[in-house]
Design a protein around this ligand. Structure first.
Ligand SMILES: Cc1cc2nc3c(=O)[nH]c(=O)nc-3n(C[C@H](O)[C@H](O)[C@H](O)COP(=O)(O)O)c2cc1C
Length: 256
């Protein structure tokens, strides 16, 4: 406890204290654009040395919940500047969490003309809220190879946009059953190309995204959130030994 309010100093990150605020979706981004209301919310919490923002989509297809923010348009970048300025004024740091919801989505939450996508066409069991009530998750369209390349590029551009908006770094949401964990899970990802099958292949999407983002904005500015044994958001459990092997492989490769 004594350490909690003392500065944290590691080569890549200096914080005014050891308190970190966990990412929390608030669904207050009208039109998926951050606003003054959100700047006030984060400013009020800038007693923390580091804030991780709510999950923020790198692309229109990743906006599976109502009113979650994006970071792929100029208006969104401008909106996020209100937030980063407010937090920096208090001497805190702030990382943007990049969250592509994948199949944990309802099509009516997406902007006009976009569809729910996934690694495979495997629909999630359960319901999701929308502005007109609860609905079953939408059946995802499986991404083709071009779609995967697009997703990777969207994440890299989103990370660059985050830096342009004044963030100190990004956290990649590899947890909680969203797109990247959908890729890792053998029951949800049934692809037979380079992005499915073996542990190496199921890890490829996450690793390619991390590698490209690290090259672009610097490895010290990138984090990855994982939740190996969580089964929420319809993540079916698989053999404990395989989960272990998957995440040890992932961690080793990320360290590279
Ligand atoms: C309302 C709400 C929204 C959340 N949104 C996110 C999110 O966008 N990204 C994320 O990684 N975790 C999210 N979480 C999970 C939290 O970061 C945290 O891991 C979880 O609440 C467990 O911590 P706790 O026991 O202190 O509540 C959310 C949690 C809550 C309660």
């Amino acid at each position: 406890m004594k350490k909690l309010f003392t500065p944290y100093n590691k080569a890549a990150l200096q914080l005014k204290n050891h308190v970190v605020m966990a990412p929390m979706t608030r669904s207050r981004a009208i039109g998926n654009v951050p606003s003054d209301l959100m700047a006030t919310y984060y400013k009020q919490r800038s007693g923390a040395g580091l804030i991780i923002t709510e999950g923020t989509s790198p692309s229109p297809e990743g906006l599976g919940y109502p009113r979650i923010p994006g970071i792929f348009t100029d208006a969104q970048v401008e909106g996020w500047k209100l937030v980063t300025n407010a937090v920096h004024e208090s001497g805190s740091k702030i990382f943007l969490q990049l969250m592509h919801t994948g199949r944990i989505a309802h099509s009516s939450n997406l902007p006009e003309g976009y569809q729910v996508v996934g690694l495979s066409a495997v629909k999630a069991a359960g319901e999701i809220y929308t502005d007109t009530g609860m609905f079953e998750y939408s059946a995802p369209t499986a991404l083709d190879e071009e779609g995967i390349a697009h997703i990777i590029q969207d994440h890299v551009k989103a990370a660059e946009n985050a830096i342009a908006a004044g963030f100190d770094g990004i956290e990649l949401h590899g947890a909680h059953g969203y797109l990247l964990e959908q890729s890792l899970n053998p029951h949800v990802n049934n692809r037979i190309d380079n992005y499915g099958g073996s542990i190496e292949n199921r890890s490829r999407l996450t690793l390619e995204i991390i590698q490209k983002i690290a090259t672009s904005i610097g490895a010290d500015n990138v984090g990855l959130r994982i939740s190996p044994f969580l089964t929420s958001n319809d993540m079916p459990a698989y053999a404990e030994a395989e989960v272990h092997e998957t995440y040890v492989y992932l961690a080793r490769e990320v360290n590279q």
